[in-house]
Ligand binder design. Structure first.
Ligand code: XMP
Length: 326
C-alpha cells in the first residue's frame, strides 16, 4: 500500500542535490515494488507523465512500456518530441499510436463542448485499452499523480478527462511522484536530464486543441490553430515571456470575417490570443503583452497561417471568462 500523506518532515525539493536523493530513493523503491515484472504507462508528454517515465526507465529500463496516444489534438511538435526524447534518446520501450483519424472522425460535426470532451475522453480510454490488451504480462500501471491531485478536489485536474484510465484495469499502481508538488516534479525532471521545454511546459488540457478549435472541429481550422499557436509560443520564447506567463495559447472560433490578402478579398477565421497568470487556475489575471510584440505576432500569424485573417486579444480575467473558451 502506498503512502498518500506527505510527511511533515519531507523537505521541499528545490536543488539538484535533493532531487538526486529523491531519484535514488525512488529508483530503489520502484525496483523493490516491480521486481522483474512489466509496467505500463500512458505517456502524454506532459511534465508529470514524462518525469514518471524517466524515473521508471532509470529504475527498470525496458520493463516499462510507454504508450503515447496521439489524438490529433496535440500542439505542434509535441508527439514528435515524445518520440525523440523517449523513443530515441532514452531508448524506451515506446508504443506510438497515431489515432488522429479515429478522433477526428468521431468529432466530426460535434459542436457541444461537453460532448466533445466526452468523445475525446472515451476514445482515449478505448485506444489505450486496445493497446494494453495487445501487451502480455503487464502487472503494474504507472501514473503521474502528483500531491495536489490527491489533496485538492478542485484543482486543474479536477476536470481531467483524458488520461483517465479504465477503472476495471487490474493493475497495481506505481505512482512515484504522488507526494510531490509541481515545482518539485520539475526539479526532479531536470535532474533526470529531460529537456527544459518539456519540464517547464505550460499546462495543457487533456482534450488538447480540441477545446480551442471552437465548435465543430474541421481539419483545416485545426491546422490553422496549431500553426498560429506555434507562432505564439515561438514569439513568447524569443521575448522571454514564456517563462513568466502561466498559460498562453490561441483559440480559433468557427466563424469567418471578410478581409484582404494579396490585394484580394480573403475570408478567414480570427485567431484569439489568451495569456493569463494564476496560481491555481481558479482565478486568473491577464498578462500585459507589449504592443510591439502583439503587432509582431499579428503580422506573423496573418501572413504565415493559411485561413487566418485577423488576430484578437482576449482581455477578460477569470472570472468572468474561464481560461479556456470552451
Ligand atoms: P478553465 O477553462 O476552467 O481552465 O478556467 C482551468 C485550467 O484547466 C485546464 N482545463 C482542462 N484540463 N481537461 C484538462 O485536463 C479539461 O477538459 C480542461 N478544461 C480546462 C485549462 O487549460 C486551465 O489550465
Amino acid at each position: 500500500m502506498q503512502n498518500d500523506k506527505r510527511p511533515e518532515s519531507m523537505a521541499r525539493i528545490t536543488t539538484l542535490e535533493l532531487a538526486n536523493a529523491f531519484i535514488d530513493e525512488q529508483v530503489a523503491d520502484i525496483r523493490k515494488q516491480v521486481g522483474d515484472k512489466k509496467v505500463l504507462l500512458a505517456l502524454s508528454g506532459g511534465v508529470d507523465s514524462s518525469v514518471v517515465a524517466a524515473l521508471l526507465i532509470k529504475a527498470v529500463g525496458k520493463q516499462l512500456v510507454c504508450v503515447h496516444v496521439n489524438h490529433g489534438l496535440m500542439r505542434k511538435g509535441e508527439s514528435e518530441q515524445v518520440i525523440e526524447v523517449f523513443g530515441k534518446e532514452l531508448d524506451a520501450n515506446l508504443v506510438y499510436v497515431d489515432a488522429t483519424d479515429r478522433f477526428l472522425d468521431l468529432l466530426k460535426g460535434e459542436a457541444d463542448p461537453e460532448k466533445k470532451r466526452k468523445i475525446i475522453g472515451n476514445e482515449f480510454i478505448k485506444v489505450f485499452d486496445e493497446e494494453a490488451s495487445k501487451l502480455e504480462g503487464i502487472s503494474f500501471l504507472a501514473q503521474g499523480t502528483i500531491y495536489p491531485d490527491i489533496i485538492e478536489s478542485h484543482g486543474v485536474k479536477a476536470h481531467h478527462n483524458v488520461g483517465g484510465l479504465p477503472e476495471d484495469m487490474q493493475f497495481e499502481l506505481v505512482e512515484p511522484v504522488r507526494l510531490l508538488y509541481k515545482d518539485e516534479v520539475r526539479v526532479v525532471g531536470e535532474a533526470l536530464g529531460l529537456p527544459h521545454n518539456m519540464v517547464y511546459r505550460q499546462p495543457f488540457p487533456g482534450p488538447g486543441l480540441g477545446v480551442r478549435c471552437l465548435g465543430a472541429i474541421t481539419r483545416d481550422r485545426l491546422n490553422a490553430l496549431r500553426e498560429a499557436d506555434a507562432i505564439l509560443r515561438e514569439e513568447f520564447d524569443n521575448s522571454g515571456l514564456a517563462g513568466k506567463v502561466w498559460q498562453y495559447f490561441i483559440s480559433v472560433p468557427d466563424m469567418k470575417s471578410v478581409g484582404v490578402r494579396d490585394n484580394k478579398r480573403y475570408e478567414g477565421w480570427p485567431a484569439i490570443i489568451r495569456a493569463v497568470n494564476t496560481s491555481d487556475a481558479m482565478t486568473a489575471t491577464i498578462e500585459e503583452i507589449p504592443y510591439a510584440l502583439l503587432h509582431k505576432i499579428t503580422a506573423r500569424i496573418t501572413s504565415e497561417v493559411e485561413g487566418i485573417n485577423r488576430v484578437l486579444y482576449d482581455l477578460t480575467p477569470k472570472p468572468t471568462g474561464t481560461i479556456e473558451w470552451e
